[in-house]
Design a protein around this ligand. Structure first.
Ligand code: AMP
Ligand code: MG
Length: 461
């Protein structure tokens, strides 16, 4: 594995991370390699690429570390999380900018606590498939570069499962929880270094902490509006899974909605419905308030700074509303106006009341098909007449995807992969690369049949 490495995080104060080599595994073998992304990043992989993804070899120029971070998990403060099963191999530079390369499932680190530092096929292939699908949908996300099997079994609740490692790339792995870690320790030098680093990486135009916070809030608001537009539920929006650069990160028990239920929750660990679909904007704003709090120790005048940060974080609501209106107006082929907002609300209401499929209902707009989904709603005909007057039907199919990674397909893919058959993974993954065209396998577009519905998704750690 050859690439142009330029590791900047390891030049930060030494206590912000731990040097950590990936722990070698018994028998690496390749599961999937994203050659297009490798080419884009100027990475040359030889035939022995699984050795590097599984962590048995470390590329020349890499400088592997585990990063420290803390976080609020389901609202509860945890002062010490950190990379417990991931290592940041290093960072690449090139025409594409600056990109982290991380292995997840690479063995124990100083932050593993009771965990084994490993992952199995389920979460690895799930993250690979869903993150690449998000990218194809045009939503900011970490990317999947490769996955390798370890040849080892790991023990999870259902029993032994085949181990795997995912290699992902991202513009950084800096989380709200990374700032919280140093803020809670009143470690001002580290906090300053982290802020400078995050500004340089994500918002070079930001002059100071205020500018950084404003940009992070805006990026987060745009991200959540985009999630909402495809019916995505992250499932674990803890501050350690909230990226300061506005990327989708840490695909745990995430899921896309089939039938539209605004309060929908999938995650088996989210018993109170904290991270349900329609709560996501509130939770993201709460996470941004935690970021603001974590920046406070850097302020000279705390009281004045609290007042400014309060305004910046409050701004989340307005930015989100505007972005949401833009995303959904575009989905209906409308320009944003008070009239488009009303049409959006009515469309969502009809979908919710008829139990219509979110993706298919939007995709059907502009043809008679739409009546098949929500036509039985008593207000449909009058809504449709009103909508047609102002809608531009030409771009609907470029904005409303035909394909999302539906839960029942993802679960079936995982079952088959664990049984040794990667075919469904490859076919589904190929189809998800072009989500705006009708796939060669039209059954991938269909919502689950009653017996296929997935009720809960698991963290699968
Ligand atoms: P996550 O649920 O992936 O956001 O992880 C939350 C925290 O638990 C992070 O600090 C992870 O590194 C840690 N963690 C999750 N799974 C494992 C594991 N199998 N071994 C060690 N640490 C883990
Ligand atoms: Mg996480």
């Amino acid at each position: 594995m050859h690439a142009t490495w330029n590791n900047t995080y390891t030049r930060l104060p030494e206590h912000m991370f731990a040097r950590q080599q990936p722990v070698p595994v018994a028998a690496p073998s390749g599961l999937v390699l994203n050659t297009a992304l490798a080419d884009e990043l100027g990475i040359f992989f030889g035939e022995d690429w699984p050795e590097f993804i599984a962590g048995n070899q470390v590329p020349m120029g890499a400088d592997p570390i585990a990063q420290a971070y803390a976080g609020h998990q389901f609202g509860h403060w945890n002062p010490q999380l950190g990379d417990g099963r991931a290592v940041l191999l290093g960072e690449l530079t090139g025409a594409f900018g600056h990109v982290d390369v991380q292995l997840k499932g690479a063995g124990r680190t100083p932050w593993s606590r009771g965990g084994d530092g490993r992952a199995w096929y389920g979460p690895v292939l799930r993250e690979y498939l869903i993150s690449e699908s998000m990218h194809a949908l045009g939503i900011p996300t970490t990317r999947a570069l490769a996955a390798a099997a370890t040849g080892e079994s790991i023990l999870r609740e259902p029993g032994p499962l085949p181990g795997a490692v995912i290699c992902r790339t991202a513009s950084s792995h800096i989380r709200v929880g990374t700032f919280q870690y140093f803020a809670s320790r009143e470690d001002i030098p580290a906090l300053e270094a982290l802020l400078d680093h995050a500004i340089a990486r994500h918002y070079p135009q930001a002059q100071n902490a205020d500018g950084f916070l404003g940009q992070a809030v805006a990026a987060q608001a745009r991200l959540i509006a985009q999630w909402m537009g495809v019916g995505f539920i992250h499932g674990v929006m803890n501050t350690d899974n909230s990226h300061v650069g506005g990327l989708t990160i840490d695909y745990g028990p995430c899921a896309f909605m089939d039938d539209f239920v605004p309060t929908k929750v999938f995650s088996s660990i989210d018993r109170q419905g904290r991270y349900g679909y329609s709560n996501q904007p509130n939770l993201a704003a709460w996470n941004m308030a935690q970021l603001a709090t974590a920046l406070l120790p850097l302020a000279e005048n705390t009281e004045a700074t609290i007042a400014r940060y309060t305004e910046i974080v409050k701004g989340f609501g307005d930015i989100f509303e505007a972005e949401y209106a833009k995303v959904f107006a575009a989905k209906l082929g409308l320009s944003t106006s008070s009239q488009s907002s009303a049409l959006i609300q009515q469309f969502l209401k009809m979908m919710g009341q008829t139990g219509a499929d979110f993706t298919q209902s939007f995709r059907a707009l502009g043809s008679d098909e739409v009546a098949r989904h929500i036509g039985e709603h008593p207000e449909f005909v009058s809504w449709h007449e009103k909508w047609l007057v102002s809608a531009d039907l030409t771009r609907l199919k470029q904005i409303n995807p035909a394909l999302i990674p539906r839960n029942h397909l993802v679960e079936a893919m995982i079952d088959q992969s664990v049984a040794g058959n990667m075919q469904m993974f490859h076919v589904l993954h190929a189809a998800l690369q072009t989500p705006f065209i009708t796939p060669p396998n039209p059954e991938f577009m269909e919502p689950p049949k009653a017996h296929e519905v997935v009720q809960a998704t698991f963290c699968g750690t």
